[in-house]
Design a binder for this molecule. Structure first.
Ligand SMILES: [Zn+2]
Length: 273
């Protein structure tokens, strides 16, 4: 009887301290909200911390390797290519796909291999709805910090998952954070890829509002542009502004007479091996 009383008191004490702790430190409640699985995170860190790879470097590489490194198409035709990085997810990517479908507009998705493995149904939907799949590495590392061997493994694993889910081996490749140097460009070229950068950056990874995303895109538009948006982010990154802007961007550009094409069509190059 006495023993049972002791256990009861102990249990009450424990419960009491838990309640007090939760009250004093409400942040411990965060664990109750659903969080994305750890493997969803970007290996090289969030875009907002790593980005800042100089656009000047991208322009230099594009002029130095004109056969393999592209940042825009011909300025003589009113064509534009929408590109979306870092998907798939089961949230923003799906919303982007819905908007593209509504407007019957094709896009190019630079997908992360590990995320394809998590959301194969979204990858299959991209292909079914006429979009093109392109390689954006397996784990989204900062490539210039990787050995050549590790970099090639990132590309090969992503090719493999795109092949199994999308039915083809991609030729188009975009480097995470835009980060590349001459050594890596030459390595990637040897594997038969075409490296795709951009000339219009929405900067949507900063969590901008729809109005800001729209301004960044529309004010920098020219014929033959390759526009960069994201269809998924790192954990906790907000792309709702980018999703909201997309509808208007398509409407305005269509009114201005632009034709939406995939990147390979804009550049007149193949997209699959
Ligand atoms: Zn990326």
């Amino acid at each position: 009887m006495k023993r049972r009383y002791l256990i009861g008191t102990l249990a009450l004490l424990l419960l009491g301290s838990y309640v007090t702790w939760s009250y004093l430190f409400p942040s411990s409640n965060i664990a109750k909200k659903p969080i994305a699985p750890q493997k969803f995170d970007l290996a090289g860190g969030p875009e907002r911390e790593i980005r800042g790879f100089p656009q000047r470097e991208i322009i230099d590489l594009a002029s130095e390797y004109p056969d393999v490194f592209f940042r825009q198409g011909s300025m003589k035709e009113a064509k534009v290519a929408l590109t979306f990085d870092d998907g798939p997810d089961n949230n923003y990517t799906v919303e982007m796909l819905d908007i593209l479908k509504k407007h019957k507009v094709p896009a190019t998705f630079f997908v992360i291999g590990s995320r394809c493995e998590m959301y194969p149904e979204v990858v299959k939907r991209m292909v079914k709805e006429g979009h093109v799949l392109a390689n954006h590495t397996w784990s989204h590392p900062n490539l210039i910090k990787l050995s050549n061997k590790k970099a090639l493994e990132e590309l090969a694993a992503t090719d493999k998952v795109i092949k199994s889910q999308g039915g083809y081996t991609p030729i188009l490749f975009r480097s995470p954070y835009g980060s590349l140097d001459r050594e890596k460009v030459e390595l990637i070229r040897e594997q038969g890829y075409k490296i795709i950068a951009w000339n219009v950056d929405s900067l949507d990874w900063k969590g901008l509002s729809a109005a800001e995303v729209k301004t960044n895109i529309l004010e920098n538009m020219q014929q033959g542009s390759i526009i960069l948006q994201h269809s998924a982010g790192g954990i906790g990154e907000d792309l709702s502004g980018s999703v909201e802007a997309l509808d208007d961007i398509i409407r305005v550009l269509k009114k201005d007479g632009y034709k939406f094409v995939t990147v390979h069509e804009l550049l007149g190059i193949p997209y699959k091996k």
